[in-house]
Design a protein around this ligand. Structure first.
Ligand SMILES: [Zn+2]
Length: 664
């Protein structure tokens, strides 16, 4: 099947799409969502943003412009990545990347009504642009408008000067409910879009600015795109009583996954292996200005699972998860409730690396910086204690430990937390700590006995009820091969890890077919399809044959030792992916394209010869069996013909083996 190149009206020209693909560095785009570490062979690894995992199986190969997850099988080019992670249409994704790479897009003629300024712009992009335009205008108001004096005073009273406001893009929405909407409408954003973007509300007399009369913090995605605002009440007569107002859920604003400040903090979170979660926008500003440049905050919502997975991806360490997440709480009951919630809402592994930093006088980072300076904020973070210890201490503190019965009650209260820890080895450590806290320090077995009384065989009881999701998360590669939906043919997947020498050989040859086809000998294209033992590799060979064989692959421009990294190599991978019709085959090709290969023509020749020898060997065996069953006296002619073929095949196999041995 040839790549579809027919001009479709309104479609972005193929050549422009190709230019975007070439000009944008996939590692930069992916790196905005996932911390990537070098993985050898020029590839990068990180925790997959598309499935939950603890050890990185998500790979990016910059030279080929591709990503692939060996856990969940998602893979593709930079356009596909953006589509997948942001839920964009193809056109939207290409447009966003084109803007980033300064590629001027041209569209096939015909679909757009004349006079439209920008054709085929997706809704998401329009919303982001409207938000950006609004943010810039709001920031100007804050800097220059006399009306914004209370907003400037609010900031100044909290230790933020004009430079700080600029650094965080803070703005002011005038009390005139129509002002910003007029500006945006005259810039070409219609009312419907402004409502969809969450900037405007629909009132009885028309649209109004939802944030009027408030101080605004732009909320950005990791990419830096403004997707919404957090707004602080300034005036006593504000009809909206809420102190803070946030953008409601929109197509681009999902509060359950957004972290304020993450766009500024993401790099340092990766570098320092630490993320600090504070409670408000001013706390994020204060922390960053004080030198804690890893601070983020949720946007008017409790810290939840999705926030945890965003941080987990930014924290990715060489061996999985070693990073710390530090929550700052004031020491009062609210902070304790928040800590307990964090304890229960995040998984065991996350809890194990979660810390709590308590400001004894109950000050948040913003107040603390104001009262005691930048160093005090840094010291607060440095004074962190493990979350489980904080929760156990706070729980046990409610009991009068001088009384024996209260000590037993304290053990039981603390035990309730221990039971939510799945990791047995960790639970033992916590149990000893609980024993110490409840003055049973020299007798942890007594603590164990008290807890056992309450929930006999606690571990197994939990597994039946609460651990059901654990299996799925524990092994991304286990059992996910060829699990078809009922009735559907199983999608092709690459074997997780080639084990036998033959599997390794087939794997490597398939890599050559995708990455360095010109290094394959001519007889690769004549390999018998039955030679391949794994359907995924057979399908790749079939795909190569369908587009004309490895022999038609474009020549690498430099002829150097890494042909696939050249433009020609990329085009070949693209040709294969476009032609891949079988379910899963596109993913298999992508996976093969991103895995490490040191291309060597002699080695490729030897591999081909050895695999061909195996194929011929199978034919020899089958023919021998046939010939042995025949009676030479009654079927003389056929016997002689097959025998001659057998001799010829044996000779062929011998020659192939010898050729294969030369490189072994
Ligand atoms: Zn994955």
């Amino acid at each position: 099947m040839p790549p579809r190149l027919a001009a479709v009206p309104g479609r972005i020209r193929e050549t422009d799409v190709a230019e975007v693909r070439d000009r944008v560095r996939i590692e930069d785009v992916v790196g905005q969502y996932v911390a990537l570490r070098r993985a050898g062979g020029g590839s990068l690894k990180g925790l997959c943003p598309f499935h939950d995992e603890r050890t990185p199986s998500f790979q990016v190969t910059p030279t080929r412009g591709l990503y692939y997850c060996f856990g969940c099988g998602k893979g593709g080019d930079v356009i596909g990545f953006l589509q997948e992670i942001e839920g964009l249409s193809f056109v939207d994704a290409v447009e966003r990347l084109a803007a980033r790479a300064n590629v001027a897009l041209q569209y096939e003629q015909g679909a757009r009504p004349t006079g439209t300024r920008r054709p085929a712009v997706g809704q998401r992009q329009r919303i982001v642009e409207a938000n950006r335009a609004a943010q810039q205008w709001f920031a100007e108001q804050l800097a220059n408008s006399p009306e914004a004096a209370p907003a400037r005073q609010f900031l100044a009273a909290r230790g933020f000067d004009q430079a700080a406001a600029q650094r965080f893009g803070v703005g002011y929405a005038p009390r005139n409910a129509g002002a910003v909407l007029d500006v945006l409408r005259s810039a070409g954003y219609d009312g419907d879009l402004l409502v969809t973007a969450g900037l405007a509300g629909q009132g009885r007399t028309g649209l109004y600015c939802r944030f009027r009369g408030r101080l605004l913090w732009p909320i950005r995605e990791l990419s830096g795109d403004v997707v919404g605002f957090g707004a602080r009440r300034l005036y006593d007569d504000d009809v909206v009583e809420a102190k803070y107002l946030n953008t409601a859920e929109t197509p681009v604003y999902r509060k359950s996954a957004l972290l304020y400040g993450a766009d500024l903090a993401r790099r340092d979170i990766g570098l320092r292996s630490q993320a600090v979660v504070v409670e408000g926008y001013t706390d994020v500003m204060a922390a960053h200005l004080a030198g804690v440049t890893t601070a983020v905050a949720t946007c008017g919502t409790a810290f939840g699972e999705e926030h945890a997975s965003v941080l987990r991806r930014l924290l990715m360490d060489d061996d999985g998860m070693r990073g710390e997440v530090v929550f700052t709480f004031d020491g009062d009951a609210a902070g304790r409730r928040a800590a307990e919630r964090a304890f229960h809402s995040t998984d065991d592994r996350f809890v194990g690396q979660t810390y709590v930093a308590i400001e004894p006088e109950g000050r948040d980072p913003c107040d603390l910086r104001l009262a005691a300076g930048d160093a005090a904020v840094r010291e607060l973070v440095a004074s962190r204690v493990p979350l489980y210890r904080f929760v156990l201490q706070a729980t046990v503190a409610d009991f009068d430990l001088d009384r024996a019965d209260a000590r037993v009650d304290a053990v039981r209260a603390g035990g309730a937390y221990l039971r939510s820890v799945r990791d047995r080895s960790k639970r033992d450590g916590y149990l000893r700590e609980l024993a110490n806290l409840t003055n049973f320090g020299n007798d942890p077995d007594e603590v164990r006995r008290i807890l056992a009384e309450r929930v006999p065989d606690g571990a197994d009881g939990r597994r039946r009820t609460g651990d059901r999701g654990g299996d799925r998360a524990s092994g991304p590669t286990s059992g996910d091969r060829g699990e078809p939906a009922a009735g559907a043919p199983p999608a092709l997947t690459l074997p997780p890890e080639p084990r036998t020498p033959r599997e390794r050989m087939e794997h490597e040859l398939a890599q050559y077919a995708v990455q360095a086809p010109r290094l394959l000998p001519a007889d690769f294209d004549t390999l018998d399809p039955a030679t391949w033992s794994d359907p995924a590799y057979a399908a790749v060979a079939g795909l190569v044959a369908a587009v004309g064989g490895a022999g038609v692959a474009p020549d690498a421009a430099d002829g150097g030792d890494s042909p696939a990294s050249s433009g020609a190599g990329r085009a070949w991978v693209q040709t294969l992916r476009t032609a891949a019709a079988e379910p899963g085959l596109d993913g298999v090709v992508t996976a093969l394209a991103v895995t490490d290969l040191q291309p060597d023509a002699r080695w490729a020749d030897g591999l081909t010869a050895r695999l061909a020898a195996i194929g011929v060997g199978a034919k020899v065996a089958a023919m021998k069996a046939t010939v042995q069953r025949m009676r030479p006296d009654t079927e003389t002619e056929r016997y002689n013909r097959l025998f001659a073929e057998l001799i010829s095949l044996e000779a062929q196999r011998r020659a192939l083996r010898e050729r294969g041995l030369e490189t072994q």
